[in-house]
Design a protein around this ligand. Structure first.
Ligand code: URA
Length: 234
């Protein structure tokens, strides 16, 4: 009687096996019952998948209010990733982050340290415009924070810049104050990888509080210094 061989993909000497009085043979290698997807997606594919996941978020007031998703802008391969708060009216109209007044100031801030906006990657904590431009609530920040973590891990920047308290809260929690934490290099761990992170004021805040721009400038100079130290070129 021929023996039943489990895991037929393996090379097994059937003659030897058949010489034993066994009904079956066990093998240490598990039978692969799952059709494998390709193991690695490229960055652009991963971003498309993530965008679809964000687009399909459920029970979200922001999504019901915003007219379209505002996912990201800039260079996927940039060593610098900037995270803001959430889209305003202009961003909601155009589907791009930081294209209103705060965006104009952000572009100037980057220019001041010799960076063109197209050379960085920009996203927000929440990807739909909050009603009346209100600040996202903590529950909303938490709801989107896994998306943001995945986003950061896909882009895999050398330097992460968190602009404003909402971006800070999303990754570091609500117990800390931006006035204490800004301007200090931090190591933020996302999916077992450490990201060099600078927290700084949000451009919209600087538009309201021009006297705080001096602190923002200190932070920008530190970012520039780190770019030079790391030998980052654009
Ligand atoms: N403020 C933000 O935080 N993000 C934008 O995209 C625009 C303004």
């Amino acid at each position: 009687m021929s023996k039943k061989i489990l895991n037929q993909n393996d090379i097994i000497n059937t003659e030897i096996i058949n010489s034993y009085d066994l009904d079956c043979v066990f093998d240490n290698n598990p039978i692969n019952r799952v059709k494998n997807e390709p193991l690695t997606l490229n960055k652009a594919e991963e971003l498309i998948k993530l965008k679809e996941r964000v687009q399909n978020i459920e029970n979200c007031e922001l999504k019901n209010h915003g007219s379209k998703i505002v996912f990201a802008d800039g260079n996927n391969d940039s060593p610098i990733m900037i995270v803001g708060e959430g889209p305003g009216q202009k961003e909601d109209e155009l589907g791009k982050p930081f294209v209103g007044d705060a965006g104009v100031l952000l572009n100037k801030m980057l220019k001041a340290i010799n960076i063109n906006r197209e050379n960085v990657y920009i996203t927000n904590v929440v990807n739909f415009r909050p009603p009346n431009n209100r600040k996202p609530e903590s529950s909303e920040i938490i709801k989107y924070s896994n998306f943001l973590r995945d986003h950061i891990s896909i882009i895999d920047p050398k330097i992460l810049v968190l602009m404003g308290s909402t971006a800070m809260e999303s990754l570091l929690g609500s117990k800390i104050k931006i006035s204490k934490e800004r301007g200090i290099w931090k190591e933020v761990i996302i999916k077992n990888k450490t990201y060099l992170t600078m927290i700084t004021f949000h451009p919209a805040y600087l538009l309201r509080q021009a006297d705080q721009k001096k602190y923002s400038w200190e932070d920008l100079k530190k970012i520039k210094k780190k770019i030079d130290e790391l030998g980052i070129s654009f």
